[in-house]
Ligand binder design. Structure first.
Ligand code: GDP
Length: 199
């Protein structure tokens, strides 16, 4: 049985990150990839994370608390065409300050679209995570938009194209719930390992 997930607040700077020491699992991906939809599906609560929020509301780090177990952390999506270059630096800095040196960070979940090749920003993110030795898992969204037979072919192509030390690639759909249980298992396992490592 999954603990209840509740919105625990947003942070515009590191001073506002939670201080209670629970393990955190962070979600990253380009805008529109389905990050809010995935968080809602994980929580089993359709309105928890906003779907298709406007750029202005998505430049904060949002924390969702799962019982007394862990936080799901919604990091700002990248690649908003409408965000002026000058403003991009601000939220990139926030994401970087979160990822680097966040001791309770147990796992990064990098979202992709199963139908598309990774973008240059996806490759940069992969390089960043590798460089900082941050554990990460790939989740390829919108699987419901592909025929069953195409899914595993795309899954292997994406995993091969991104390479690296990722902990696997889960094919998922917020529309059908595919992959959600598998992702929960990985999230819980990473949080457990983090707790043991910290003990
Ligand atoms: P975000 O910007 O990454 O938070 O993306 P959203 O969660 O707002 O999703 C962007 C759009 O993709 C919305 O119209 C969602 O309904 C749709 N979407 C997200 N995940 C899926 C999925 O797994 N399958 C399908 N068919 N549509 C999805």
């Amino acid at each position: 049985m999954k603990a209840t997930t509740t919105f625990a607040g947003s942070a515009a700077s590191p001073a506002q990150f939670p201080k209670d020491g629970l393990p955190e699992v962070a979600f990253l991906g380009r805008s529109n990839v389905g990050k809010s939809s995935l968080l809602n599906a994980l929580a089993g609560a359709p309105g928890l994370a906003r779907v298709s929020a406007t750029p202005g509301r998505t430049r904060l780090v949002n924390f969702f608390r799962v019982g007394d177990e862990l936080y799901l952390v919604d990091l700002p999506g990248y690649g908003y065409a409408r965000v002026p270059e000058a403003e991009r630096g601000g939220w990139e800095q926030l994401v970087t300050s979160y990822l680097v040196g966040r001791e309770v960070l147990a796992l990064c979940v990098v979202l992709l679209d199963l139908r598309h090749e990774p973008s240059q920003r996806d490759f940069s993110l992969r390089d960043f995570l590798e460089h900082h030795h941050l554990p990460y898992l790939l989740v390829a969204m919108k699987a419901d938009k592909l025929a069953r037979g195409q899914r595993s072919r795309r899954q292997h192509a994406l995993a091969a194209s991104l390479g690296g030390t990722q902990r696997g690639l889960i094919v998922a759909s917020a529309a059908t719930g595919l992959g959600i249980d598998e992702l929960w298992r990985e999230v819980r396992r990473a949080a457990e390992l983090r707790r043991e490592g910290a003990a």
